[in-house]
Design a protein around this ligand. Structure first.
Ligand SMILES: Nc1ncnc2c1ncn2[C@@H]1O[C@H](COP(=O)(O)OP(=O)(O)OP(=O)(O)O)[C@@H](O)[C@H]1O
Length: 267
């Protein structure tokens, strides 16, 4: 699917928490954009402001100055057009899997039949059809996170925002989830902005990496991952075998080290 046009832009976003002598400057002058159908990853060392930036895009935090626009409209608060998946699994324990996926649509007034049809479609997409009538407590962490992804996608957001969505999972489950996310992108062409601090995850998933450095969080560089352009990746092994992968990982590891330098000096 060709990348069409810009869907999201962050213009000179600054964020300072607190005030006076206790102020923390989390973001300074961050500008970047996300193209429609693109999977854009926010990467950088701990404390560089990735989650803060994602929260600003989600409308959960206000920038101190600057702004975010979705399709040219300024983001002024949370909205269904920007669906968020967090690291911790958030499902209602008293509802079954399919009822969890339907819940947001119910609140948004989607008619019953359409709700059911969409819930079934997205449960199928995350390979949970056979668990549709199970309760969340009977599911593994990875399965709970798949419910959260299905529920968010069923609301048909214009962009899916993901904050370390696989951070709480063990390594093997994490690979499966990453591979499943690429499958979802291939099938639904959803635009995604995803936060991670995992270099390999970023390279595997991203069409573009927006790299931030810390203290304060600033745009360091944008990486277009030319070595994997036009390649249909389905597994980690395929990624690692690609010419250009080791150099890319080395480059980002060096960036990570220099961007985190200040933090490490303080440790
Ligand atoms: N609500 C808050 N009040 C005060 N400071 C905050 C708040 N939220 C974040 N910060 C500070 O802003 C900076 C950026 O934090 P943020 O969580 O956005 O970074 P991050 O890159 O997502 O980090 P990590 O990878 O460790 O999750 C940090 O110094 C953090 O302590």
């Amino acid at each position: 699917m060709p990348l069409d046009d810009t869907i999201l832009t962050a213009h000179n976003v600054c964020k300072t928490f607190g005030g006076n002598h206790r102020a923390v400057e989390a973001l300074r002058d961050v500008t970047f954009s996300v193209e429609r159908n693109e999977l854009c990853v926010l990467l950088g060392p701990s404390g560089c402001g990735k989650s803060t930036l994602l929260n600003i895009v989600a409308g959960l935090e206000e920038p101190t100055s600057g702004m975010v626009q979705l399709d040219g409209r300024e983001v002024l608060g949370p909205a269904r057009e920007r669906g968020m998946v967090f690291q911790s699994y958030t499902s209602f324990p008293w509802l079954t899997v399919i009822q969890n996926v339907e819940y947001g649509m119910k609140l948004n007034g989607v008619p019953k039949e359409e709700r059911r049809a969409r819930a079934e479609k997205f449960l199928n997409l995350v390979h949970l059809t056979q668990f549709r009538d199970a309760y969340p407590k009977t599911l593994s962490g990875g399965m709970k996170q798949r419910v959260a992804i299905a529920r968010t996608l069923a609301n048909q957001p214009e962009i899916l925002l993901m904050d370390e969505p696989f951070g709480a999972l063990d390594a093997e489950t994490r690979w499966h989830m990453q591979e499943m996310l690429l499958e979802i992108v291939e099938t639904t062409h959803t635009t995604i902005l995803l936060v991670t601090h995992d270099i390999q995850e970023a390279i595997f998933l991203a069409d573009k990496i927006v790299f931030l450095s810390a203290n304060p969080g600033q745009l360091k560089t944008i990486l277009n991952l030319d070595f994997k352009k036009g390649v249909d990746l389905h597994s980690k092994e395929e990624l690692i075998a690609l010419p250009g992968y080791p150099e890319c990982e080395r480059e980002i590891t060096a960036l990570m080290r220099s961007a985190a330098g200040q933090n490490q000096d303080e440790m």
